[in-house]
Design a protein around this ligand. Structure first.
Ligand code: DQA
Length: 148
């Protein structure tokens, strides 16, 4: 069975309540539950993790490698735009990472137009709402199959 880790970064615990016009009205737990079910249909086990702390996200990325996770779906939140530490953590592991952003960051403030993490990921999905996570899961299954 494939093992996929979902990591959501800062403020994503407030999904559903936080700027619903940008991020929608679905809560993080509803999103995680939906992805858990979807992963089951691909014969994959999904572990969901959220943290508002940079170091905890880095520790989780390292843990994923040591635990033998097969793929990571990561929304680093605002860390996307400036965390060289998270970028280095992604580069330090061999597991494919897909970066997801719910909102279309390119239509927003200019500081959101840069991702320091994207260059070390397998790919990025931006601006498709929560569907982006489902697409990332689908893509990750294919990437894992190709690697095995
Ligand atoms: C986000 C976009 C980031 O710019 C922002 O800081 C977030 C969420 C998104 O999913 O659209 O926290 O990553």
């Amino acid at each position: 069975m494939k093992k996929i880790l979902l990591i959501n970064g800062p403020n994503l615990n407030r999904l559903g309540k936080r700027e619903p016009e940008v991020y929608g009205s679905t809560s993080l737990s509803d999103l995680e539950e939906m992805l858990l079910k979807k992963a089951g249909t691909y014969d994959a086990a999904l572990t969901a993790f959220q943290s508002n702390h940079e170091g905890d996200i880095i520790d989780k990325l390292h843990w994923a490698e040591d635990d033998g996770q097969d793929g990571i779906i990561l929304n680093p939140g605002a860390y996307t735009h400036y965390s060289y530490a998270i970028r280095d953590a992604i580069a330090s592991i061999t597991i494919p990472v897909i970066e997801v952003h719910i909102s279309n960051v390119h239509q927003r403030e200019s500081f959101r137009h840069t991702s320091v993490t994207a260059p070390v990921t397998a790919g990025q999905i931006v601006g498709l709402g929560l569907m982006g996570y489902e697409l990332a899961l689908q893509a990750m299954i294919e990437i894992i199959k190709e690697r095995k």
